[in-house]
Design a protein around this ligand. Structure first.
Ligand SMILES: *[C@@H]1O[C@H](CO)[C@@H](O)[C@H](O)[C@H]1NC(C)=O
Ligand SMILES: *[C@@H]1O[C@H](CO)[C@@H](O)[C@H](O)[C@H]1NC(C)=O
Ligand SMILES: *[C@@H]1O[C@H](CO)[C@@H](O)[C@H](O)[C@H]1NC(C)=O
Ligand SMILES: *[C@@H]1O[C@H](CO)[C@@H](O)[C@H](O)[C@H]1NC(C)=O
Ligand SMILES: *[C@@H]1O[C@H](CO)[C@@H](O)[C@H](O)[C@H]1NC(C)=O
Ligand SMILES: *[C@@H]1O[C@H](CO)[C@@H](O)[C@H](O)[C@H]1NC(C)=O
Ligand SMILES: *[C@@H]1O[C@H](CO)[C@@H](O)[C@H](O)[C@H]1NC(C)=O
Ligand SMILES: *[C@@H]1O[C@H](CO)[C@@H](O)[C@H](O)[C@H]1NC(C)=O
Length: 587
């Protein structure tokens, strides 16, 4: 490229000379040059045919892939682009061409497709000079962009401008140039699906005619087949390709730098045909390139001012082509972010989104899905962490608040009596002395401790403190009467034989009222059973004194219906033989 770029003054002098010589015979030509219709229909620049299947026309070497992609260079720095004016002699001809070549270092952030006159221009079918659109768009460098209908101003093909889908060609096959959100450069033929792709959408897209270079090779013959079969019969497409004219193109080099290319010219008078332009670009190391609109009057604008032609001559000298009003343009500008607000999750600094913590991607729209953000207690979703049950917070690093559990900590615990609530399942861990799903029950009489698994070890099988197992607890309604207490504890033993199943079933146990009634009943029975044998024994005592011990014992056993242990004052220690005469039973 260095050998092409020469001092601008030298270039302009040569340009003047060359064009003076070439233009002599062409004074008076139309200023609005519509000769470059690539299609036989009407006067529009661009496609007006229906969808064609490119697959059938392309070389097998390309498989079924109809476009090429290339990661864009993202070199950040000053300057945004390098622009060179050049003059060159076309090999094997005596023609000189002049033009501009612009190398863009960070296409994603500094290149835009702009609608004529600003946003909405395509919808209004506006036509505007490149200069005007470039000024409004604060372009450092700008040139003609997509094809348009010269009669009604309609933008042709696909147009995506700064992420806004302006026009959908519905799959019409013409050479396209686009930049996807992640910075991928795309050249070639796109299906409607490709254009509408939401995963990695186009932020810029424009339609040309003729894919000049594909993967470093001239692709014009294939383009003629793919883009319009019918033109070959009429010869119009060939004419479009072979006419010497003003031209613009866009391509990329091996490093992913975008190349804007503009050639001054006039149809059939000066400039380049597409073969010449394709070979020229190939010689510069361009990998993929498409031909854009430029037929009538290609225009190059620097800092809002026309640079392609000395505008002084435009009005006074008809040999010069005046800039005409065109449609979309390609604009190189200071870096901007896509979208400008960095999706609300970052700050745009020099065209680069500085994302807030937890967000990633060029647009700060990718939620970071690695630990440590959602940690081990959550998973990433597109809009944040989704926490496991029992965990909460932006990063799922807080357990549920006291009294709550489950997904989103949205459920209230039912754990009673200061029992612990599992933040995941909501199940209750009962403290000593309590039972039940919500620990709402105290231990049944005669049992105590964690899970009420321990039997009270009190005299007479009396009940104990449900928490500690202490035997000194008094029960409501109990009087300090030995006889009463004995009956109470006997009833405990007889009626609340506790089993593990009953524990699990958590059956209600006897209420205090039942206790009182039972106690009264049993006390009466006990008294009766003790009193009668005593009376009998007293009567017999005088005559059968020697048999007293055994007799009284046997009678008591048989009358009480038990083996006697229940009335032994000696306590309930296992192993204390019930068959042994008990001398302490003196009542
Ligand atoms: C393109 O070709 C590849 C491999 O040859 C195949 O897997 C893929 O399905 C094809 N795609 C279409 C759209 O035909
Ligand atoms: C393009 O096609 C023409 C006519 O079919 C042929 O003469 C020419 O060699 C082809 N060019 C290339 C580069 O294939
Ligand atoms: C564009 O204008 C700015 C300020 O007016 C100037 O600093 C800069 O050098 C100009 N750029 C070109 C390429 O002329
Ligand atoms: C952000 O994305 C880049 C590129 O995809 C990746 O290399 C980097 O690790 C990501 N950062 C985090 C914190 O995930
Ligand atoms: C928790 O409750 C809030 C408000 O009622 C609701 O928006 C949210 O979706 C719930 N979360 C879960 C995980 O149920
Ligand atoms: C235990 O919890 C139950 C149910 O909430 C309640 O009725 C009872 O009074 C509590 N017991 C104590 C000793 O707080
Ligand atoms: C119960 O009576 C016994 C003996 O009559 C006495 O030693 C004990 O202190 C009394 N207990 C209570 C709680 O009154
Ligand atoms: C009474 O004692 C006998 C013999 O020791 C024993 O087999 C029986 O199970 C006991 N009955 C009760 C109700 O304890």
């Amino acid at each position: 490229m260095a050998n092409l770029s020469v001092n601008i003054h030298f270039a302009l002098i040569l340009l003047w000379l060359a064009i003076w010589l070439l233009e002599c015979k062409n004074i008076g030509r139309s200023l609005d040059d519509d000769l470059l219709c690539p299609y036989p229909y009407g006067h529009s620049h661009g496609p007006s045919h229906s969808i064609r299947h490119v697959r059938d026309c392309q070389l097998v070497v390309h498989g079924n892939v109809t476009h090429q992609t290339w990661p864009a260079s993202n070199h950040i720095g000053v300057p945004v682009a390098e622009s060179n004016v050049f003059i060159s002699e076309i090999p094997k001809t005596s023609r000189f061409v002049t033009g501009h070549m612009t190398v863009v270092h960070d296409p994603l952030r500094t290149v835009s497709v702009l609608e004529p006159g600003g946003p909405g221009g395509c919808g209004m079918r506006k036509r505007e000079e490149v200069e005007e659109t470039a000024r409004a768009g604060k372009c450092l460098y700008a040139q003609n962009g997509g094809f348009f209908n010269t009669k009604n101003g309609e933008c042709l093909g696909n147009v995506v401008s700064d992420g806004v889908r302006v026009k959908n060609s519905e799959g019409v096959q013409n050479a396209q140039f686009g930049i996807r959100k992640d910075g991928t450069l795309v050249f070639g033929y796109l299906s409607e699906e490709d254009v509408l792709d939401e995963a990695n959408p186009f932020v810029q897209l424009i339609s040309g005619v003729v894919w000049l270079l594909r993967d470093g090779e001239v692709y014009i013959n294939q383009s003629i087949q793919a883009e319009c079969d019918e033109t070959q019969e009429t010869g119009t497409f060939t004419r479009f390709v072979e006419a010497v004219s003003a031209r613009t193109a866009v391509g990329h080099d091996e490093k992913g730098k975008l190349i804007l290319f503009q050639i001054n010219g006039q149809t059939d008078v000066r400039g380049m045909n597409l073969w010449e332009m394709a070979n020229f670009l190939k010689g510069l190391g361009v990998k993929n390139a498409i031909n854009l609109d430029g037929g009538g009057s290609s225009t190059y604008v620097v800092n809002g001012s026309l640079a392609s032609l000395p505008s002084d001559h435009c009005t006074s000298d008809p040999r010069w082509r005046c800039p005409r009003r065109v449609s979309t343009i390609l604009c190189v500008h200071q870096p901007v972010c896509h979208p400008e607000d960095c999706s609300g999750h970052g700050t745009c600094i020099n065209g680069i989104c500085q994302c807030q913590e937890g967000w990633n991607g060029t647009a700060c729209d990718a939620f970071v899905c690695n630990p440590p953000v959602c940690g081990i207690h959550g998973i990433c979703a597109t809009d944040g962490c989704v926490c496991d049950a029992g965990w909460r917070g932006n990063q799922c690093n807080q357990v549920c608040a006291l009294g709550f559990y489950g997904d989103g900590c949205n459920h209230s615990c039912t754990c009673a009596n200061r029992s612990l609530c599992d933040p995941v399942t909501g199940s209750c861990t009962c403290p000593s002395g309590y039972l039940g799903d919500s620990c709402e029950q105290e231990c049944p009489l005669g049992f105590y401790g964690l899970g009420c698994r321990h039997e009270c070890q009190c005299q007479d099988r009396c009940t104990c403190d449900p928490v500690t197992g202490s035997c000194h607890a008094l029960f409501q309604g109990e009087r300090n009467s030995t006889i009463h207490r004995a009956g109470h504890c006997l009833a405990t033993q007889m009626f609340t034989t506790w089993t593990e199943e009953e524990l699990q079933k958590s059956k209600p146990y006897l209420t205090e009222k039942s206790w009182f009634l039972l106690t009264c009943l049993l006390s009466s029975l006990l008294l009766a059973s003790v009193t009668r044998p005593l009376i009998t024994a007293c009567r017999q005592f005088r005559s059968h004194q020697a048999e007293l011990q055994d007799y009284s014992y046997i009678r008591l056993s048989s009358k009480s219906g038990a083996n006697g242990s229940g009335v032994q004052q000696g306590g309930s220690q296992p192993g204390r033989g019930t068959n042994e005469p008990d001398h302490s039973d003196s009542e």
